[in-house]
Design a binder for this molecule. Structure first.
Ligand SMILES: N[C@@H](CCC[C@H](N)C(=O)O)C(=O)O
Length: 270
């Protein structure tokens, strides 16, 4: 039996989206990993599922899975894509997404850009201040990292260049992070601009990470390095991030449909 899916991306961070609103699909961690495989499957940075919402006022319940089969509480780029998909399907420019990290209002602008209210960052997610723990990392690292959760865990290292990117995997798996972490490397180019590369938990280095961009701005604002409205340049393009005075983080950027496809789920891992 063939099951249809959408392939979308936000700044090259790409997603396979399955709609489970008409019935649950059997998407086990092993099957998700097989589908996400770029040589033997469809290939994606994250697999996303849509289910009926149960939170008041929400239009759809969205879940995000990494290519290793693990689930993430948040994914900024996929949230913009799902908001755009709901707009395309229903004409509703202001869909509300229910996620494990909370209920996220979105807005599809007339120019096609999508803004998602990513909620308030959790600044006490990391039990100990990261900077004080640097010498426990056993890596030749410089920098003064900071932690913030956008519904998923992020550590941001402030760097002069990106030579530390190759340490992303070791940092992701360091015992300092009990749930592993997304590792961002942020170069401050001006008080309004950050250049960012992210090694994503369960996925590796991606072209863009929306929640990572939000965390980088939050951490940089807390350090007094940038203004609350900031442009974040990723390998795949630009996101505009605002840490509003009410504590919410607003992320604006593009969302794009690549194609619709069909797969026989039974031919992938059980
Ligand atoms: N690509 C994402 C984040 C995806 C989840 C992350 N890898 C995690 O495990 O937390 C984004 O755009 O935010």
């Amino acid at each position: 039996m063939q099951t249809s899916f959408y392939k979308m991306h936000g700044l090259g961070n790409d997603f396979v989206i399955f709609d489970e609103r008409a019935g649950h699909l059997s998407l086990t961690p092993a099957r998700i990993a097989a589908l996400a495989d770029r040589r033997r499957g469809v290939g994606c940075d994250q697999l996303v599922t849509l289910r009926p919402a149960c939170a008041e006022g929400a239009d759809v319940f969205v879940r995000f899975f990494n290519p290793d089969g693990s689930e993430a509480g948040a994914c900024g780029n996929a949230s913009r894509c799902v908001a755009d998909l709901v707009f395309w399907q229903t004409g509703n420019r202001t869909p509300v997404l229910q996620t494990r990290a909370g209920t996220l209002p979105a807005r599809v602008e007339q120019d096609g850009l999508v803004t998602v209210d990513m909620g308030t960052p959790k600044l006490d997610w990391q039990a100990v201040p990261l900077a004080a723990e640097m010498d426990t990392l056993h890596l030749p690292l410089a920098g003064d990292p900071a932690a913030a959760s956008m519904g998923n865990p992020h550590a941001t290292f402030f760097v002069k260049d990106f030579s530390m990117l190759s340490h992303g995997s070791a940092l992701e798996h360091d015992p300092l992070f009990p749930d592993r972490a997304n590792i961002g490397f942020a170069r401050i180019d001006s008080p309004e601009r950050i250049r960012l590369k992210v090694h994503e938990r369960g996925a590796g280095v991606t072209e863009a990470c929306g929640s990572g961009a939000c965390a980088a701005v939050v951490n940089a604002v807390r350090r007094g390095l940038v203004a609350r409205r900031c442009t974040v340049e990723l390998d795949g393009g630009i996101l505009e991030i605002e840490w509003a005075e009410n504590g919410h983080v607003l992320m604006t950027g593009p969302a794009a449909m690549a194609f619709e496809g069909r797969v026989d789920l039974a031919t992938y891992a059980p």
